[in-house]
Design a protein around this ligand. Structure first.
Ligand SMILES: [Zn+2]
Length: 325
């Protein structure tokens, strides 16, 4: 066992050494600040939406949050497979490179007009060939095959790439370096991505150990054994709700959720298809189906689909209204 742990430590150290010089120096503070800023409000939204309560809402210890160093194992492995700092610098720079290509394209499309403009700075005169060359360089760097491949590999990772919900003690870990890395890749703010991660992991905690009106939680064994699509789908469903509810005070959170979603693997996207045709009633139907799922043994994804359908049939009347008072 100790060998395995050593290997994991060594893997983390190598991944950290590759990425750390490439991310902002204050990234850790950004992540810690966002956790402080969103912890209470995210819990309030998830509690309101699920109707579930943690056993002691007042105590901060009810689902503790730790901001930790390093990366989830699969992300660390990906970084380690491409232990090439220049490659990672290029991957992180992709969104900005996109802006360069777009900006140069705009200048070039109207260059004759600029060239004849009286206000054109002297240094810019006759620079069409340089601009064309720069546009070629930026476009070439955008299409470096290995950078694209790594970008796409992120999508195949079937575990949280930013945080972790620990089943044993129902605590949450947030990887601050991963927030910085992925935020740069997605061109979103570190704080906004952290809020998304926090909401996602807290949603795991509420759906697992949150108490329903009868004081019941999801048993550890049943939660652990249920399909990834069920657990991640629920976490993502409540992350989306939370991000939407935060839209007024922090519009970037929903943008970060959307940008991340585009890069996530299937289990993190299944919720998009749930009750698409019932936007008004989705929240209640998913909530009831979730409460029913928590009372069963393990739930596979077929079983979850049936629960959604049954719940919808029993809750939605012929007129399409919810049969709830
Ligand atoms: Zn998750």
């Amino acid at each position: 066992m100790s060998n395995l742990l050593d290997d994991d430590d060594a893997l983390q150290s190598r991944a950290i050494a590759t990425i750390r010089p490439l991310i902002p120096g204050d990234a850790k503070e950004c992540v810690e600040r966002a956790v402080k800023q969103f912890n209470v409000i995210a819990r309030e939204h998830i509690r309101a939406e699920t109707g579930l309560r943690l056993s002691d809402e007042k105590a901060k210890e009810a689902v503790g949050i730790r901001v930790v160093e390093g990366f989830p194992t699969e992300v660390a492995r990906l970084i380690d497979r491409y232990r090439d700092q220049t490659l990672w610098r290029l991957i992180i720079a992709q969104p900005k490179l996109g802006g360069v290509v777009e900006g140069l394209g705009l200048l070039l499309a109207h260059w004759e007009e600029f060239e004849n403009w009286l206000e054109l700075p002297a240094v810019a005169k006759g620079s069409k060939p340089s601009l064309e060359r720069a546009a070629q360089v930026a476009a070439a760097l955008q299409t470096v095959a290995v950078a694209r491949k790594v970008f796409d590999k992120i999508k195949e990772i079937r575990e949280g790439i930013l945080g972790l919900y620990r089943l044993g003690d129902s605590s949450v870990e947030i990887y601050w370096m991963a927030q910085a890395l992925i935020a740069a890749m997605l061109a979103v703010r570190i704080e906004d991505l952290t809020a998304v991660t926090l909401a996602h992991e807290l949603a795991h905690a509420y759906t697992h150990v949150g108490k329903d009106i009868d004081g019941r939680a999801w048993s550890d064994a049943a939660f652990a054994g249920s399909a990834l699509e069920v657990k991640e789908g629920l976490a993502q469903f409540y992350t989306a709700v939370t991000a939407r509810k935060l839209a007024n005070r922090a519009p970037g959170v929903h943008e970060a959720y959307e940008a991340l979603l585009e890069r996530q693997s299937e289990p993190y996207r299944v919720h998009l298809a749930w009750l698409k045709d019932r936007p008004e009633q989705r929240g209640e139907i998913v909530r009831f189906a979730m409460l029913r799922a928590r009372r069963l043994d393990t739930v596979d994804y077929n079983g979850w689909g049936n629960l959604l359908n049954d719940t919808r049939a029993s809750l939605v009347g012929a007129q399409g209204q919810l049969k709830l008072s």
